[in-house]
Design a protein around this ligand. Structure first.
Ligand SMILES: *Cc1c(COP(=O)(O)O)cnc(C)c1O
Length: 410
């Protein structure tokens, strides 16, 4: 065997992040490898939401907009999140969803590049990114979408017609991670603006957005903000005076409580907020950021690389006869914090695996995804998951008919 269970247990004992696991709620008997889809709840999340309801909402009622800092949550939370993506204060606004944040970033980019009518989008990207760009191009009229697949063909797609390029740093299917610096430079040399989607990067490792023009991402995956927790948008300081998103709501107004008839954008990142923040969701997100403020991102990355590498080695060794194909890059530098394998019967295989306590997920057409959230996944979990996957394949548990019918959310 590539590594023994005892060696994995020893790695856990020596893990500098080992105590962080205790800060999360994880059901017994579950190996949760879906932190790349919905992170686990911080232990303090429930109390944080309760405090918001009982003390802030219940105790201060509408006054809490002032006394509990509700109005500024998008900016104060943005400043807390900023270091995780290599940004500074006043550069990140939190709120709305990733899809809405893409509307903000792309529409602002288009206004910064008048005369350029092409948006380059990534066919390998999470579909909502492409759908949103499609809707925007249609609504604005006169725009063309130029599709590339990842960074393949990007150089050929760039020209003086391209206003902006929207790519994901980490591919949601394969976990492949782009080397962002040369891509950003290539796009900017063509006079276009670079927008990175960081949904599968933020919280997986130290991101560096400092060269990007815009970035967006969600907070409910590796960042553990909770289901539906608000997204973020980053705007480079060099664009903040000029950039204007098309969503012009009252919270982005220079004087929201003057109730003027016309829109005047607020200074700075505030103009990238739209309207009333989802206060309850900010409570659980901020509970998670309390943990992030204490962890060393270099240790997070080192553990992520070790976990995913061990899992790949074990699965390839134990499952060699059963037709699994590694879809993630073998070079850990080129991976996010996720490992994907292809299997023609991927859906029932994943259902059988979940039945045995190993939670991964499935993405069409044939992808088994395993997320390694380093804050709470142990080396022994990676070991056990590989062994149980091998059992499911060897004994063909997945052929049990009840694993075949598709649930709404896969
Ligand atoms: C998860 C994810 C989204 C989710 O978008 P929502 O608007 O939050 O539903 C968008 N883009 C990418 C790349 C994702 O991974």
């Amino acid at each position: 065997m590539a590594i023994s269970r005892a060696e994995c247990v020893a790695l856990d004992a020596a893990d500098p992040l080992k105590d962080v696991r205790d800060e999360f709620v994880l059901p017994d008997g579950t190996i949760y490898l879906v932190g790349n889809s919905l992170g686990a709840p911080p232990r303090t999340a429930a109390a944080a939401v309760t405090r918001t309801v009982e003390q802030e909402w219940g105790g201060r009622l509408v006054g809490a907009w002032n006394t509990s800092g509700w109005f500024d949550l998008p900016l104060t939370t943005g400043d807390r999140l900023a270091p995780l993506i290599g940004a500074g204060p006043g550069q990140v606004a939190v709120g709305d969803t990733t899809s809405i944040s893409i509307v903000k970033a792309v529409s602002a980019a288009l206004r910064l590049r008048p005369g350029r009518r092409v948006v380059v989008s990534d066919l390998a990207n999470f579909p909502t990114d492409r759908y949103v760009v499609e809707g925007l191009a249609e609504a604005l009229g006169g725009y063309e979408i130029r599709d590339v697949t990842g960074v393949d063909g990007l150089a050929g797609a760039l020209s003086d017609e391209v206003a902006c390029v929207l790519l994901s740093e980490v591919d949601y299917r394969t976990g492949a991670r782009h080397d962002t610096a040369p891509v950003t430079a290539l796009v900017q040399e063509a006079g276009a603006l670079m927008i990175w989607d960081l949904c599968h990067s933020a919280g997986a490792y130290q991101v560096d957005v400092s060269a990007a023009d815009f970035a967006v991402g969600c907070t409910y995956k590796y960042l553990n903000g909770g289901p539906g927790s608000p997204a973020f948008v980053y705007v480079h300081p060099r664009h903040q005076a000029e950039a204007r998103p098309m969503l012009t709501g009252w919270h982005g107004h220079a004087a929201p409580f003057a109730f003027e008839p016309g829109f005047r954008p607020a200074d700075g990142i505030r103009r990238f907020t739209v309207s009333t923040p989802h206060v309850m969701s900010f409570a659980s997100l901020n509970a998670s950021l309390d943990i992030w403020e204490r962890v060393d991102l270099a240790a997070v990355r080192a553990k992520s690389v070790a976990l995913s590498s061990i899992f790949i080695e074990l699965v390839e060794e134990l499952c060699a006869p059963y037709g699994l194909e590694l879809l993630s890059p073998r070079d850990p530098e080129r991976r996010g914090s996720q490992v994907s394998f292809g299997h023609p019967d991927g859906y029932p295989v994943m259902r059988a695996l979940i039945d045995r306590g190993v939670h991964g997920d499935f993405r069409a057409p044939d992808v088994l995804r395993f997320g390694f959230a380093p804050l709470y996944i142990r080396f022994a979990d990676a070991y056990d998951a590989a062994v149980i996957l091998a059992e499911v394949l060897e004994k063909e548990h997945w052929r049990d008919g009840r694993h075949g019918d598709r649930l709404t959310v896969t």
